[in-house]
Design a protein around this ligand. Structure first.
Ligand SMILES: *[C@@H]1O[C@H](CO)[C@@H](O)[C@H](O)[C@H]1NC(C)=O
Ligand SMILES: *[C@@H]1O[C@H](CO)[C@@H](O)[C@H](O)[C@H]1NC(C)=O
Ligand SMILES: *[C@@H]1O[C@H](CO)[C@@H](O)[C@H](O)[C@H]1NC(C)=O
Length: 422
């Protein structure tokens, strides 16, 4: 293992490889299942809506805390909030996997296992699939995996990879190509990790990860001809509705558009530039970078796998005071001791919008994007302070059609009733 960054012009080389291996599909869509929805294998009916939220906040905190570890993919896989059904191989074998906008490698556990974690779905056996192929360690793609380590298996020259997540979870196995079926569409020759050895916090309810990050190996980046793009619409947290995620020519990119910035140290992440937040006539500018992470000029990561939003302490304090001035309802303390600004609401209460001015894109956040009900009748501002990296979480994204276009390098937002948009 080791030696994943070899040549300067590898970008050109790997693009050629991906085109040759290339997927020839136009577009496809499937269900995006919130972790806390009854449709999810993670669903625990004995936990209340509020307990589910507390669990999600805890996962969000861990996910962001792990961000500082620059050497590894900075996300903990247990923290993922959305799932997709996919099938792998020929004939196709179905399972549920984690949809992750914060990592690139798509992988599943493969037989024979050197060390597999317990999973509820049968483990995929590449020997039973007619479309499975290993990738040679001499292929350029094997040496251009960015944050993924790779090496050569001495016996048979296959490309072996090691992908570590920031909480020390890791997956190790053979880099391979295989047909993946999503929403009835077969995507051939998708590069994925056939994991023979994994350790860490992977949940038995999901059989691997679908990498939807910005890096070259992600599922989205491999959608060459049909357009390297995807879109989703997340329903409000309390609705638990499954919604849709669409890829390639099915992806809907409309509304306002802001550029994706990239940081080579975190190539999986979608960094955006959030210039200011406003409440009424009060405008709060954001620092252009945060902590140790440069973000390629961006200052906030948009991530579907983090539930709450994280902002610098100073920005959060100013946002809280602007909202306090604007909201007439009496304040209360958070019974869960999580958030700093909470209100007791009875019946209809007027909460102000918060305008998020991304570079080139004004996004009006409604109360559903900024406040969350933490207990009966108590709503709190769903933002936590961070010293590491700001994150535009999934509550903030609800009821927007959010589009990601890796060719145009832009993220788009369009206000949409996501509970009706299916
Ligand atoms: C190669 O095969 C031999 C014999 O099957 C085995 O002992 C050895 O561990 C293998 N080497 C690697 C790098 O897998
Ligand atoms: C290559 O060798 C490794 C280690 O011996 C083994 O795990 C793997 O299944 C082999 N791959 C193929 C395609 O034979
Ligand atoms: C919040 O924004 C929406 C959509 O732009 C608008 O219809 C609504 O009137 C705004 N609410 C307030 C209180 O300004």
């Amino acid at each position: 293992m080791g030696g994943s960054s070899r040549v300067q012009n590898a970008v050109v080389v790997v693009t050629a490889v991906l085109v040759v291996l290339g997927m020839n599909v136009d577009g496809f869509s499937t269900e995006l299942i919130p972790r806390h929805s009854p449709a999810s294998p993670f669903y625990n009916p004995s936990r209340s809506q509020y307990e589910h939220l507390q669990d999600a906040i805890e996962r969000s905190r861990k996910r962001v805390n792990h961000f500082e570890n620059k050497l590894e993919a900075p996300l903990s896989p247990g923290g993922i909030e959305y799932l997709m059904r996919i099938s792998i191989g020929t004939p196709p074998v179905e399972f549920v996997a984690i949809a992750d906008t914060g990592s690139d490698l798509t992988w599943t556990q493969c037989l024979p296992c050197t060390q597999c974690y317990k999973q509820n779905f049968p483990i995929y056996d590449p020997r039973r699939s007619s479309s499975y192929k290993t990738i040679s360690c001499k292929a350029d793609v094997c040496f251009d995996l960015q944050s993924i380590s790779s090496g050569c298996d001495r016996n048979n020259s296959t490309c072996e990879y090691l992908y570590g997540y920031a909480d020390n979870s890791r997956t190790q196995g053979t880099l391979s190509t295989e047909s993946i079926t999503i929403g009835g569409t077969v995507i051939r020759n998708n590069i994925f990790g056939c994991s023979h050895l994994s350790t860490g916090t992977f949940p038995s309810t999901a059989s691997g990860i679908i990498g939807l990050g910005a890096g070259k190996l992600s599922l989205v980046s491999q959608l060459g001809e049909s357009g390297r793009k995807f879109s989703y619409c997340l329903a409000p947290y309390s609705s638990k509705s499954t919604t849709r995620i669409s890829f390639g020519s099915d992806a809907l990119l409309s509304g306002v558009s802001t550029p994706i910035q990239s940081d080579p140290a975190f190539d999986a992440f979608y960094f955006l530039s959030l210039e200011s937040l406003s409440v009424g006539s009060k405008t709060i500018p954001l620092p252009s970078s945060n902590g140790v992470i440069r973000g390629g000029g961006g200052n906030i990561v948009i991530d579907s796998g983090t539930t709450v939003t994280f902002l610098p302490q100073e920005t959060l304090l100013r946002l809280v005071s602007a909202l306090e001035e604007a909201i007439r309802v009496p304040k209360t303390t958070d019974p869960t001791s999580t958030f700093s600004l909470c209100y007791r609401v009875e019946g209809e209460s007027e909460f102000p919008n918060v305008t998020a001015d991304f570079k080139g894109a004004r996004v009006v956040l409604r109360p559903v994007n900024t406040f969350v009900e933490v207990a009966d009748g108590v709503v709190c501002l769903a933002v936590l302070p961070t010293q590491r990296v700001s994150v535009f979480g999934n509550i903030a994204q609800t009821n927007f059609l959010v589009g990601y276009d890796l060719d145009a390098r832009a993220v788009t937002f369009k206000p949409t009733d996501c509970t009706k948009a299916n």
